[in-house]
Design a protein around this ligand. Structure first.
Ligand SMILES: N[C@@H](CCC(=O)N[C@@H](CS)C(=O)NCC(=O)O)C(=O)O
Length: 200
């Protein structure tokens, strides 16, 4: 499997999952300005939607959308990640977190990354902090689903890297800070961050 990624982007979640589960993902960097891959190919030919992540599957197909990719990798992670069985309530809890992270957190960063005006940026920051308060209140330590890491934790970690970059004040959220520190200490996270930093 090959992951099309951009350093520091949401594709980092799938990259961390690949490292955590030892899936041996190949990596291909995408320049989101030119929509070219590292070898100069047209990224639109891989993902006509033009954004990362995309996962090239071993059978020649391509999967897009964070939630689909993370679920796909989760189901191939064996015991390495906490992946509730399909049809169980806990699996729906995983989907609930993934849906919240992608629509309510990830997408709220739009004005911050796309150069919105001050007013728009401040509103976006307030909204994100309000949504993170919800996570703070629900976070069952050490991970979102309890004792073991799931793909949702990798995605939440990416959101927290962005929050830090955007200087959001996370000091009122001790559980989130502890979660962020814990994730930063994981070998899988360190490897993924180092690989992406080395690729910039
Ligand atoms: N709905 C997509 C959104 C992915 C997304 O927002 N990707 C960003 C990076 S974090 C991107 O590639 N943006 C460039 C663009 O939209 O052209 C998903 O969940 O996979």
């Amino acid at each position: 499997m090959k992951l099309y990624y951009t350093p520091g982007a949401c594709s980092l979640a799938a990259h961390i999952v690949g490292e955590e589960a030892g899936l041996g993902l190949k990596l291909e960097k995408v320049d989101l300005k030119t929509h070219k891959t590292a070898d100069g190919s047209d990224y639109y030919a891989v993902n006509p939607k033009g954004y990362v992540p995309a996962l090239a599957l071993d059978d020649g197909g391509t999967l897009t959308e964070n939630i689909a990719i993370l679920n796909y990798l989760a189901d191939r992670s064996g015991e390495k990640l906490h992946t509730p069985r399909h049809g169980t309530l806990e699996r729906y809890r995983l989907e609930e977190w993934l849906g919240f992270i992608t629509t309510e957190l990830h997408k709220s960063f739009g004005p911050l990354f796309q150069g919105g005006g001050d007013d728009e940026r401040n509103k976006a920051k307030q909204k994100i902090l309000h949504r993170l308060k919800h996570v703070e209140e629900r976070l069952t330590e050490p991970f979102l689903l309890g004792e073991r890491m799931s793909v949702a934790d990798a995605y939440l970690f990416v959101i927290l890297t962005w929050s830090t970059k955007m200087h959001l004040d996370l000091s009122p959220y001790p559980r989130l800070n502890a979660f962020f520190a814990r994730m930063n200490e994981r070998d899988s996270v360190k490897r993924a961050l180092a690989a992406e930093a080395g690729a910039t």
